[in-house]
Ligand binder design. Structure first.
Ligand code: GLP
Length: 246
């Protein structure tokens, strides 16, 4: 079942998403959170950090698993997703860094990198709540449009559109990674709950295709139509093409 929650704007979306994550932590203080990167969740992490500072949240017993990481970037590279997570959340709350997992992009051997991350995922016992953003081409994590839904953590060649979207974070285009390690669609679908956050008119078209179009690996997020517990929080702009359906 998919529940759509309409937010007034980006800040409202961030607060509403943070409230759902807080409720998850309150109901299960040792839960496993699946976390996402990109510009969309920045406000959500700021709200979670604020709640932690106000004494409303405790991350002591939380385990987290991030969706993806650029291949070739180590955790201390400022453009790595680990570094993003450290800046936006890990350094701002009392999460145990030994239980804050992000695939290791510095591992050259893809089989080894993916095998290790699958072990991290298995050791946690499964994700309770997975936070997702949405790529402009419908990707979730870094599962790009393809002919199949990849099941588990794998190495992916990033789509040209994704590489150019990511280039805004890099000084030189040549430095933008062209490959990444990502959880598979199977890993994402196994999580008990899914919370997707979308913002802005540039996501309106893909939101419609993902949730009201065909279920196809050409639009990876469309697989979420088959998940039993999905909440999509979007601002009015991101929902502008689906207002007649929700
Ligand atoms: C990247 C990430 C995705 C994210 C997507 C959208 O490709 N790997 O997990 O959802 O970007 O990012 P944004 O929120 O910046 O639009």
């Amino acid at each position: 079942m998919i529940e759509f929650v309409i937010a007034d704007d980006y800040d409202d979306m961030s607060r509403k998403a943070a409230d759902i994550i807080s409720a998850q932590i309150a109901s299960k203080p040792d839960c496993v959170l699946g976390l996402a990167t990109g510009s969309t969740p920045v406000g959500i992490y700021a709200c979670l950090a604020e709640k932690y500072n106000n004494g409303e949240l405790d991350f002591t017993h939380i385990t987290s698993l991030n969706l993806d990481e650029f291949k070739g970037l180590s955790h201390d590279d400022k453009n790595s997703y680990y570094h993003y997570m450290y800046r936006n959340l890990f350094s701002k709350v009392n999460i145990d860094l030994n239980r804050a997992f992000v695939p290791d992009g510095s591992i050259e051997n893809a089989d080894e990198a993916c095998r290790r991350y699958e072990k991290n995922i298995a050791d946690t016992g499964g994700i309770d709540l997975q936070l997702l953003g949405l790529g402009h081409n419908g990707h979730i994590g870094f599962n790009e449009p393809s002919d199949v839904f990849p099941k588990r953590t794998h190495l992916v060649n990033l789509a040209e559109s994704t590489i150019s979207a990511n280039s805004r974070f890099f000084t030189y285009k040549k430095d933008v990674p062209k490959q990444a390690y990502t959880m598979g669609i199977g890993n994402i679908m196994e999580s008990k709950k899914i919370l997707m956050a979308v913002s802005g008119t540039d996501k309106a078209d893909i939101v419609r295709k993902a949730f009201f179009g065909d279920i196809t690996p050409n639009v990876p997020a469309s697989v979420l139509q088959l998940h039993p517990n999905v909440t999509v929080i979007g601002d009015k702009a991101a929902f502008s093409e689906i207002t007649d359906y929700i």
